[in-house]
Design a protein around this ligand. Sequence first.
Ligand code: AMP
Ligand code: ZN
Length: 137
Amino acid sequence: MSDCLFCRIAAGEIPSTKVYEDGKCLAFMDIGPVVQGHVLVVPKEHFANLGGATDEIAGHLIAVARKIAVAQMKALGSAGFNVITNQGAVAGQTVGHLHFHVIPQFEGRAHKWNWDAHPYADMAEAAALAEKIRGAL
Ligand code: AMP
Ligand code: ZN
């Protein structure tokens, strides 16, 4: 897509600081890192988001994200990592081309996520939601 930022980066029309490339995907440094060393993994083919991608692409991107996260630990000394994707504005997606964030986490200066739990009233509530999800698979 000619008006898509990450399609243009994948095509080399917009510069990026590349970390990895193969026939299906590209990984490059995020220009607005949550943590120094933050990498994005994107498919070369345009998919708006993970829900709209194929299993093959989703699996390949996760495999590459895992390799990059392990390389970050080896090369940068990170002790762990987060691999996330945001789907939809409601989830914080700002670029409409599928991407996984690979974010290194360092001991003593870990980036904290807002991970507040909102417990179920009871297990029947969880079971009803599970039933709905199973029905849609
Ligand atoms: P999201 O909010 O999940 O859609 O993430 C989009 C990410 O793309 C943000 O972390 C931005 O910092 C990053 N970003 C936007 N433009 C560029 C660019 N030209 N090169 C590298 N990263 C970018
Ligand atoms: Zn695109």
